[in-house]
Design a binder for this molecule. Structure first.
Ligand SMILES: Cc1cc2nc3c(=O)[nH]c(=O)nc-3n(C[C@H](O)[C@H](O)[C@H](O)COP(=O)(O)OP(=O)(O)OC[C@H]3O[C@@H](n4cnc5c(N)ncnc54)[C@H](O)[C@@H]3O)c2cc1C
Ligand code: FES
Length: 276
């Protein structure tokens, strides 16, 4: 098991729908569960079921320490069997939590502008990054925080309340039902000239097509960008190699990294996309 992580039985405090197919689950955890870093994730499963393949990776969306326990928030989209099972879990039921896992986002003390690019439920780790990594920093008032938040349609958007008021929020929907019509990378591409490499950090999470397009947009740009990948996972702890992705190492050679162990956060410049 990775250092600092543990297997814990949490108790569901509530589990409610926040948008079509999207749920917010709050989980009671003992203090022995380590405080996650922004970008880290947990492997979770219903404690009544057994078998590692039934655990699913979810990013930490929120985490609050109380005097005698912690509360972890998970924001998830129902994609298939595992997440559908989660959506039917009730308060008081046990959730087996393995974590915190993986390598999170870098926090830059020097940047003046933080740019967040979120596709769908990709906002989960990014919202925690803003909260935990930057909002509590006294110098955040001196920084500009811009969030590009995208979804297929207005009813699939989450987190608007949490983000509005604390950032310059740019909503994008594929069908134009709210905000910019088109993908987040479309609007980001139009506004990219506003950002300077020396004072901006970009963070992104979303579907593979979005990350690939971001790679294309920033291919010749000096802007720094970290992306959190949502690769399919089995063990979540670096043992099965099921989540390997191709990257380019510092010497320019191709090698493979495990998203669960070496990521899920990577420098966008390291990524090798099929065909690139
Ligand atoms: C590090 C990490 C963090 C994640 N954080 C979150 C989060 O905070 N909230 C959230 O909703 N989801 C998150 N995901 C994705 C989530 O783990 C998958 O949606 C989930 O495992 C699907 O399980 P399932 O049994 O419901 O669906 P399955 O029955 O396994 O699959 C249903 C459909 O979803 C597709 N799918 C399955 N896994 C993935 C995946 N990892 N990425 C893209 N498509 C997938 C399948 O190809 C299939 O089409 C994260 C993934 C990773 C690796
Ligand atoms: S999921 Fe097993 S090595 Fe990453």
């Amino acid at each position: 098991m990775p250092e600092g992580s543990s297997v814990t039985t949490g108790e569901i405090l509530d589990n409610r729908m926040v948008a079509r197919d999207h749920f917010l689950m709050r989980v009671f955890l003992p203090l022995s569960f380590a405080r996650p870093l922004p970008g880290q994730f947990v492997m979770v499963r219903d404690c009544r079921l057994s078998g590692p393949l039934l655990a699913r990776p979810l990013s930490v969306f929120g985490f609050q320490r109380r005097p005698d326990h912690s509360v972890m928030e998970l924001l998830y989209r129902v994609a298939g069997r595992g997440t559908s099972l989660f959506s039917r879990m009730k308060p008081g039921e046990g959730l087996c939590v393995l974590g915190p896992l993986g390598r999170g986002f870098s926090i830059h003390a020097d940047v003046k502008r933080i740019v967040v690019v979120a596709g769908g439920v990709g906002i989960a780790p990014l919202s925690f990054l803003v909260d935990e990594g930057y909002r509590q920093s006294p110098s955040l008032e001196k920084r500009e925080l811009r969030v590009y938040l995208g979804a297929g349609t207005e009813e699939l958007l989450t987190c608007r309340e949490r983000l509005s008021g604390v950032c310059d929020l740019r909503i994008c929907t594929d069908d134009g039902s709210l905000g910019y019509r088109g993908p987040v990378t479309g609007l980001l591409g139009e506004e990219l000239h506003e950002f300077a490499a020396e004072d901006t950090a970009i963070y992104a999470c979303g579907p593979t097509a979005m990350i690939r397009e971001l790679g294309r947009l920033l291919r010749n740009s000096p802007l720094r960008c970290e992306v959190s990948l949502e690769e399919r996972m089995a063990c979540g702890v670096g043992a099965c190699l099921g989540c390997a992705v191709a990257v380019q190492n510092a010497a320019g050679r191709r090698e493979y990294r495990r998203v669960c162990h070496d990521g899920p956060v990577f420098d966008l410049r390291e990524m090798i996309f099929n065909g690139s």
